[in-house]
Design a protein around this ligand. Structure first.
Ligand code: NAP
Length: 324
């Protein structure tokens, strides 16, 4: 089978297209013929050796996929050959076949394409876990999404609206903010041209912002925390800007606010049943048209380097997908 391999830490141009044997489904596993694999910002880090997980060489990037079950191993009763499925594997999906624990798969409903389904798990899974479990977001609360046109940012806008929040989308260009509005944002802030603190003070009013979802970090973190309401919650999701911010803790005291960490991947291992239930909800909302799972661009598998470069250069709105 064709596979993209990372054989040493490096750049997207160091990845290789190789021919390797098709794996077999072990006990409890399903072998899936991958039709589409989605990339995330963390794929730009994992191939450089800069991510929290450092898989043994050689490995394939792409942590999520959609396709068709080819065969199942001993003890698998919930899936059968021919079932359309999506799944999460952390890495390893940029190849024609993957063998994964069947409990990591979710069946696809009618009307959800492989390309949209491939990119649903990481961004929407992380964000529903973040907003519901970590932030305890309530209807009517004000939610700020930073990096709002990116993968997790778009999921924040759409899930925030499903959960009844007022959503303020923050991003770096007029085009990205138009995209955010088209996907449901109530208000927008261009943090490349406006002062984030001033803009959020205006939009949050006297009460302030209830929840900030931050996958960007860098210089935006402190003004975002300063904009929080009494007992507001700031979600630490990621550091796409590169710098890990440091915060003055007096702000936390003065606002009686919370800084809450979000580590979705670890949560899925600790609470696999809760994660599975959450993904079923997301898939159904997507099939009902409540979530867009917007695909920015589809690249053929051998063109993975250009797909990763588009993510790293901040060009993407929604998801980037590989077609197999
Ligand atoms: N904690 C978790 O469990 C978890 C789960 C999934 C992802 N993450 C993390 O969340 C972060 C975002 O992931 P994502 O998939 O949403 O990424 P993405 O689609 O690439 O979006 C990231 C956004 O960050 C902004 N950004 C600011 N500075 C940037 C820079 N120097 N390079 C690239 N983007 C920059 C961009 O928006 P503007 O141009 O509008 O600023 C971009 O749209 C990553 O760090 C990822 O590892 C964490």
């Amino acid at each position: 089978m064709k596979a993209i391999l990372c054989t040493h830490w490096g750049t997207p141009d160091d990845l290789e297209l190789a021919d390797i044997p098709v794996p077999q489904a072990g006990p409890g596993e399903a072998l899936v013929r991958v039709k589409a694999a989605a990339l995330n910002f963390f794929d730009t880090l994992i191939i450089a050796g800069k991510y929290q997980h450092k898989p043994p060489f050689p490995f394939s990037p792409a942590g999520e996929f959609a396709g068709v079950v080819e065969s199942v191993g001993a003890g698998v009763a919930d899936f059968a050959p021919g079932d359309p499925v999506m799944g999460y594997s952390g890495w390893g999906a940029a190849r024609e076949y993957v063998a994964v624990p069947a409990q990591q798969l979710v069946k696809l409903p009618d009307g959800l394409s492989f390309e949209r389904a491939a990119g649903l798990t990481v961004t929407y899974g992380t964000t529903l876990y973040a907003l519901r479990v970590r932030a305890e977001l309530k209807p009517g609360e004000t939610l700020v999404a930073l990096g709002a046109s990116g993968g997790t940012g778009l999921a924040t806008i759409e899930l925030g609206k499903v959960m009844g929040a007022k959503v303020i989308a923050c991003a770096s260009s007029a085009e990205k903010l138009d995209f955010a509005r088209a996907h449901g944002a109530d208000e927008v802030v261009n943090y490349a041209t406006e002062d984030l603190r001033d803009a959020l003070r205006k939009l949050g009013g006297e009460h302030g912002i209830d929840v900030v979802y931050d996958p960007v970090g860098g210089a935006y973190a402190e003004p975002a925390v300063r904009s929080l309401a009494w007992q507001g919650r700031y979600l630490v999701v990621g550091f796409a800007a590169g710098d890990i911010p440091k915060l003055p803790l007096n702000l936390v005291l003065l606002k009686s606010c919370d800084i809450r960490g979000v580590f979705w991947g670890a949560w899925t291992k600790r609470e696999p049943h809760a994660q599975h239930a959450l993904m079923s909800e997301i898939v159904n909302w997507c099939a009902q048209g409540k979530l867009s799972a917007h695909v920015h661009a589809v690249y053929p598998l051998p063109d993975i380097a250009n797909a990763l470069k588009a993510i790293a250069s901040r060009q993407v709105m929604g998801k980037v997908v590989l077609r197999l």
